[in-house]
Design a protein around this ligand. Structure first.
Ligand code: NAD
Ligand code: TYD
Length: 336
């Protein structure tokens, strides 16, 4: 069965494609990505000629384009990673979040229904649940209380996915994961931004008092969980995915600085993010019980690997900082 991965040139989508081609090299994957600022085909460098991999540039909001991809490639399953994902950008410009995360998801669900897709994973986030106090964790039954325009747009996408299962019997599973870290993450998110700034001798902007808590999971563990849900998940179900690994932002930034041998004087407290969620923590016992999933990468190992990756991949960082990564597509595809 051919798998359509949307948003495969982003951070998690590209890690998923690499993971998938390694675990199931025979299964064909089509990657549909619009190549927004966050999409970097260089994240998949080396796979251009892989016999099981095809890249199609396109927008999930474009009904005709999505229909053609599904029809032409005989798509049988969909994993939807494509999204606008940065909370700060959603605060300054929410419209595109509604277009892609709600409208685009709606298009994918419609096309999936028309073409009798047999598996559909909607990749979502713990942010749809809102913010926790000092105790407790999000379970799949926690009511949705999205606080940012990003979280609201993801929650709307989730509700559409749920409704398409309930109304039309579309075999949709929803995954809700905590904060990911690892290679190929765009340096606007906390960990790669702090690494890039520390290496560039720039200040590290910590929002508010730095006491907000996030539950960090290595991207490889997330990819494994999505793959399991794609194969074994029960249609109509939600699966939480998390790292059991809570960190206050300030402590994490200090840890990164110590790994990089840089001084804490680089930390700069800046104005808080409006509506900043205080704490996220995931109860991932359901996917553990049903599919035997649990995180396999310790934070110690994962962070060491990640810091080493950003240090070794200076060229990748440079092309992002200079904007040259946007030319990758032209060089690899248009000029062939
Ligand atoms: P990302 O921002 O790194 O990548 C998003 C990708 O989607 C990019 O390649 C972009 O070009 C593509 N895209 C955006 N709009 C598109 C459109 N209209 N049509 C086609 N492609 C489009 O995001 P990420 O961090 O890899 O997140 C992937 C998914 O995982 C998202 O759905 C996000 O909500 C979810 N998620 C992310 C995290 C995290 O920590 N990063 C945690 C939980 C869930
Ligand atoms: P981020 O990586 O944007 O993920 P999310 O908001 O989706 O959890 O941010 C993680 C945490 O780090 C969040 O509490 C906001 C904080 N943060 C900073 O303090 N400074 C920064 O420059 C960024 C990007 C984030």
């Amino acid at each position: 069965m051919v798998l359509l991965v949307t948003g495969g040139c982003g951070f998690i989508g590209s890690n998923f494609i690499r993971f998938h081609l390694q675990s199931h090299p025979e299964q064909k994957i089509v990657n549909l990505d619009k190549l927004t600022y966050a999409g970097n085909p260089g994240n998949l460098a080396g796979l251009e000629d892989h016999p099981s991999y095809t890249f199609v540039r396109g927008d999930i909001c474009d009904r005709k384009a999505v229909g053609s991809v599904v029809q032409d490639h005989g798509i049988g399953a969909i994993a939807n990673f494509a999204a606008e994902t940065h909370v700060d950008r959603s605060i300054s410009g929410p419209a595109v979040f509604m277009e892609t995360n709600v409208g685009g998801t709606n298009v994918l669900l419609d096309v999936a229904k028309e073409h009798a897709i047999t598996r559909f994973v909607q990749v979502s986030t713990d942010e749809v649940y809102g913010s926790l106090g000092p105790d407790g964790k999000f379970t799949e039954e926690t009511p949705l209380h999205p606080n940012s325009p990003y979280a609201a747009s993801k929650a709307a996408g989730d509700l559409l996915a749920r409704a398409y299962h309930h109304t039309y019997g579309l075999p949709v599973m929803i995954t809700r994961c905590s904060n990911n870290y690892g290679p190929y993450q765009f340096p606007e998110k906390l960990i790669p931004l702090m690494i890039a700034n520390a290496l560039g001798g720039r200040k590290l902007p910590v929002y508010g008092d730095g006491q907000n808590v996030r539950d960090w999971l290595h991207v490889r563990d997330h990819c494994h969980a999505v793959d399991l849900v794609l194969r074994k998940g029960r249609p109509g179900e939600v699966y939480n995915i998390g790292g059991e690994n809570e960190w206050k932002n300030l402590d994490l930034v200090k840890l990164l600085l110590s790994r990089l041998n840089k001084p804490e004087s680089l930390i700069e407290f800046v104005r808080d993010r409006p509506g900043h969620d205080r704490r996220y923590a995931i109860d991932a016992s359901k996917i553990g019980r049903e599919m035997g999933w649990k995180p396999s990468v310790s934070f110690e190992q994962g962070l060491t690997e990640t810091v080493a990756w950003y240090l070794e991949n200076e060229e990748w960082r440079r092309t992002i900082e200079s904007g040259e990564y946007r030319d990758y597509y032209r060089k690899m595809y248009d000029e062939r």
